[in-house]
Design a protein around this ligand. Sequence first.
Ligand code: ZN
Length: 462
Amino acid sequence: MKISFHGAAQDVTGSCHLLDTGRHRILVDCGLFQGSRELHEENSVAFGCDPASIDCVLLTHAHLDHCGRLPLLVKRGFRGQIIATKATCEMARLVMLDAAHLQEEEARRRANGAARRGEKEVEPPLYSIVDALDAIGRFGATAEYGKPVAVKDGLRATFFNAGHILGSASVLIEFEESQGHRSILFSGDIGNPGRPLLLPPETPAAAEIVVMETTYADRMHRPFAASVSELYDAINAALARGGNILIPTFALERAQELLFFFRQGIEENKLPASLPVYLDSPMAISATEIFERHAEAFTPEVQSLFRSGKDPFRIPGLKLTRERAESMSINRTAGGAVIMAGSGMCTGGRILHHLRHNVWRPETSVIFVGYAAVGTLGRRIIDGAKQVKLFGEEIPVRAQVHTIGGFSAHADQAALLAWQEGIGGKRAIFLVHGEVPSMKAFAALLKTPRVEMPQLHQQFEI
Ligand SMILES: [Zn+2]
């Protein structure tokens, strides 16, 4: 069989791996390239494999960098089934529709600019909402954790809980060949064990080949409790200064996790009971509703909250702002409010106008609670930029900037090492979804006979 890597190869976004068994061609994930290149060239070039020749897509989870090119895949000829867990199907629907909407808006902006310059050639959106709906129509069988799904004759896939976001999975593909039984395990993104909401990652069954993520493979996260205290301290300090607290938030998982912590902080008198919190993201609001329908995915403590009729994601001061006008009106808030808005890396979305109104004020706090890739506005602010360009205007950064790393949804080096040690039988590990220094540091710790760090579109006979 052959395996080739068409994204997240020596990079952290665009996950897209093709397994060719000789009889079947199975794609695992089809994510968007993000960061400085978001919506640009890299996403629109050829996949490196013919979409029409692919029999099936197995989707590990609903993050944009894992599902964001599925509408494009369908637009370019893919006619097979997409298989994922039920929660992933529900969330990927949100993510793809939101991405298509952004692509259409971006294309409209380009068209307006071109019209003003008198140009006739206009670049169309990468894909439209109709393409996203076509992709959603390709979701077929849903996978349950631990129960093999028959994908094609003789080829089966088993999804294991990856503990990364709601519905996330590692996927084991198995089939018989003339030489015997073959097995290849795709880690997807592996969760950070010990978080309060989701159950920890499972150890998947044995596999001869493992394709594994390495986002944080060169570092250790701070202990969780310390990060939660740091979050409360940063919020209380900004409240004392009379400033707003901006939290660039990924709509899936992180937003819900923060709501959970706010609720806990209020209950333990570590945050004011009336704390105004704006969840300024239609996608995060919809994702929270999906979370509320999947009580089974959570830790026993969270499940018992649900059973006693308490919603772990609701607090008294929560304001859900779906409409754009409501979002704009938040700018009239003098101070003292928590504003959660996307995108998490500040590459677009409503966080930009909140930054414009707040980042120059010394009383403001900007709190980063997630990963920000090199080249993104988020990363520039984290790295201490003295001023940033927003809506064509240079704006000084005078806000307090906090980076709280312990909330990561990704396993750190020790957790990744433990995860792969639990897998029996492995002969080769392919490292993906990491920056090169991270992969190199991790490769040095592995005892597996063969370790590869594939380049984009590189193919291996295995
Ligand atoms: Zn992810």
